[in-house]
Write a protein that binds this ligand. Structure first.
Ligand code: PLP
Length: 403
């Protein structure tokens, strides 16, 4: 893959003298990766892609023949998926759904709406009755437990705006079973408690805990549970920490005994990050190098307005250097040899930093940095128009070719 990216950079250098700034998405790599993931999943498991990690239509198209469906969290995301396929199964989650979003979910054939609050459930019951539209829901539950794995981002197992506090399940079931409800059907539970978990064993324990809780509620409320959605949150390592061992995780799932009454339940996963992170590359040319009070800074054509993940997480984003030989100016080319460099963007803020004190063999103005692992939560979470610099170009590798 590195060779393909390097070739593309040289091609771009030939094509134009403007500083290079581009995202490269390896659709072949994403397809291969997801096929590998699917090949070891238990039969009753379903894999949905949470498009907020990267809602690029080309990625959705690439995944369409592989995944069970897509998870969306807004009207905009729903329409994006429906723009690619009218029929693919869709899960609709997210806090603060507006009436127009619930209506859109009803009219656009969403498989399951993830109910995030009692008010939302009341509104949905009303709208579905008025529109005479049947719909199926999973109740998103925020568990009251301190046994969930601790990760950088937590959505559950603590006070949070996500899902229903476990305490309100009874009330939600009463609403669903009430005389006012004519069209909203209960199908199961949804959990998405954390993001970027790197430990397969604790992830499997967590899923097991979800199943046990669901079994408890099944007998307590006499429920017919068809689906348990165990959410996303499978991690990607951005440093030397080992990545999430998916094979180990799925082998633990295969061994998991499903609680009695839930033997035939569909177990869904809806990861985003782990599907796309490793197959996106952010390429940005070094436009200046300067020593300042004992440190070296490399300024790139680009920055956190294109790739906000390192600033958002406060991490050093991994990159490699593609050397570019041409130097069109009549004066010397600034260069660092065997030294440390802090890589910053073109924005007028000290927050625009992608890597602090990276060790480089050689770095010259005009070389291109390739930030790896830039497929998830990079472009899509960034403030693209802050300072008004041009957006990057987008390239796709598919069938071994660039497009
Ligand atoms: C963001 C999100 C996901 C995907 O999370 P990852 O950490 O990218 O796997 C899945 N489900 C819900 C409800 C989400 O909000």
């Amino acid at each position: 893959m590195k060779e393909k990216v390097v070739n593309l950079i040289h091609e771009l250098r030939e094509r134009s003298s403007e500083p290079i700034c581009a995202y490269i998405y390896d659709l072949d790599g994403i397809r291969q990766h997801v096929s590998n993931m699917l090949s070891v999943m238990p039969a009753q498991a379903g894999l949905f892609y949470a498009i907020k990690a990267n809602p690029d239509a080309r990625i959705i198209e690439a995944l369409l023949p592989l995944v069970t469906g897509f998870e969306v969290a807004s009207a905009g995301e729903l329409l994006k998926v429906r723009g690619v396929s009218e029929t693919v199964p869709v899960l609709f989650g997210g806090p603060g759904k507006k009436d127009y979003e619930l209506e859109l979910a009803l009219s656009h054939n969403v498989s399951y709406i993830h109910v995030e609050s009692l008010l939302e459930l009341r509104k949905l019951i009303l709208l579905a009755r008025e529109r005479k539209k049947d719909t199926h829901v999973l109740l998103r539950i925020n568990l009251r437990t301190d046994t969930l794995p601790q990760t950088k981002i937590q959505m559950g197992g603590r006070p949070s705006p996500f899902g229903l506090d476990e305490l309100f399940i009874g009330e939600a079931i009463s609403l669903l079973e009430g005389a006012d409800n004519t069209h909203v059907h209960f199908s199961g539970f949804h959990f998405h408690s954390l993001s970027n978990n790197l430990q397969p064993d604790v992830h499997a324990d967590m899923v097991h805990y979800y199943l046990q809780k669901a079994a408890e509620w099944k007998s307590k409320y006499d429920l017919d549970i068809k689906v348990i959605n165990a959410g996303g949150g499978i991690g990607v390592s951005y440093d030397d920490t080992p990545g999430f061992d998916w094979q180990r995780f799925t082998s633990l799932l295969v061994q998991t005994e499903f609680p009695s009454g839930l033997e035939d339940v569909q177990l869904y996963f809806e990861p985003g990050r782990v599907i796309v992170a490793d197959h996106g590359y952010y390429a940005a040319e070094v436009v200046d190098i300067k020593p300042s009070q004992g440190q070296n800074f490399a300024v790139i054509r680009g920055g956190t307005h294109h790739n906000r993940l390192p600033a958002s997480w406060g991490h050093n984003h991994p990159f490699y250097v593609v050397p570019v030989e041409s130097w069109p100016y009549p004066f010397p080319r600034p260069e660092i040899r065997q030294g440390k460099v802090t890589v910053v963007g073109e924005l007028c803020t000290p927050k625009d930093r992608l890597h602090t004190d990276a060790e480089v063999e050689s770095l010259r103005v005009g070389d291109v940095l390739i930030f790896e692992k830039s497929g998830a939560y990079c472009w899509t979470i960034s403030h693209h128009d802050f300072l008004g610099h041009p957006h990057p170009e987008f390239y796709y590798i598919t069938g071994g070719e660039y497009q």
